[in-house]
Design a protein around this ligand. Structure first.
Ligand SMILES: Nc1nc2c(ncn2[C@@H]2O[C@H](COP(=O)(O)OP(=O)(O)OP(=O)(O)O)[C@@H](O)[C@H]2O)c(=O)[nH]1
Ligand SMILES: [Mg+2]
Length: 253
């Protein structure tokens, strides 16, 4: 996995084992489904949204991480996921994160009105969901970042750059690429994401294949660390009195 941010990386000694991180993603269980944002239950836990073009492999990636065949509904028919589906992770009596599988955008055969409706739901979700702490953007590795993906990235850019939302881009279906093509996909995406990375951000990209199980541990580890380990830079800054926000009183002193 390539991390494009300038945030110091953990030392290997701090790393949880593959067994631990996969053990955590395997706890994923269905929670609820909602067709409209107002029907989403409020959430105090960190929520990680899986977003991307229709058919990019979002539902399949959730199934692969969860090691369950039909947790999220994957299909050859693009536009399969029509609702926001929520999954809960962690111990049964002490859940510690939610995954949200969002409907894909950009599927050409969907009526324009339906397309616009879902693009709006997606934009609203990304804008209003307070518990959103991470975005996993799935991009078909053969297509690379499309205009709609770039629009989505532009939309979340301020909160990604500030570290409020972490970002992981998965270049999916990498089993369909040869080594040279895979490198080109990785470097191209890295270049684009480099512009979003700041001292405070957590932005990374990795090749992923559900079919060949490539990148699964890396992704599980990244998401595990988002939830369990690394405080965001914003939180770290707030906890550090040296960079505490200036209050009117402090300014007067
Ligand atoms: N070769 C290959 N095919 C994959 C991989 N991941 C997903 N697919 C296929 O891609 C198709 C779409 O996968 P989904 O997971 O349903 O895609 P989605 O992004 O959830 O699609 P929507 O719900 O329509 O937004 C299915 O036919 C999957 O079998 C992969 O790693 N390799
Ligand atoms: Mg889906």
């Amino acid at each position: 996995m390539t991390n494009t941010s300038a945030t110091p990386q953990q030392t290997p000694a701090d790393d949880p084992t593959d067994k631990v991180v996969l053990g955590w993603t395997h706890t994923a269980r269905f929670l609820t489904t909602a067709s409209e944002l107002v029907h989403l239950p409020p959430n105090e836990l960190p929520e990680i949204a899986f977003v991307g073009r229709s058919n990019a492999g979002k539902s399949t990636a959730i199934n692969t991480l969860a090691q369950q065949k039909r947790l999220a509904f994957a299909s050859k028919t693009p536009g399969r996921t029509q609702h926001i589906n929520l999954f809960e992770l962690g111990p049964k009596d002490a859940a510690n994160a939610w995954f949200a599988d969002l409907p894909g955008y950009g599927y050409a055969a969907v009526a324009r009105s339906a397309k616009l409706r879902w693009q709006k739901v997606m934009a609203d979700y990304l804008e209003v969901r307070r518990s959103l702490s991470g975005v996993v953007l799935m991009v078909d590795s053969r297509l690379g970042l499309t205009d709609l993906d770039k629009q989505l990235l532009e939309f979340v850019r301020p909160r990604v750059s500030s570290g409020e939302i972490k970002l992981l881009v998965l270049l999916t279906k990498s089993d369909k690429l040869n080594r040279k093509e895979a490198d080109a996909a990785l470097f191209g995406t890295q270049d684009f994401l480099g512009e979003m990375a700041t001292e405070a951000s957590d932005v990374s990209v990795t090749l992923f294949s559900a079919l060949k199980k490539k990148g699964v541990e890396d992704v599980a580890r990244a998401l595990y660390e988002w939830v369990h380990v690394a405080p965001t830079q914003v939180e770290a800054d707030l906890a550090d009195p040296a960079v505490a926000p200036i209050t009117p009183q402090a300014a007067a002193e």
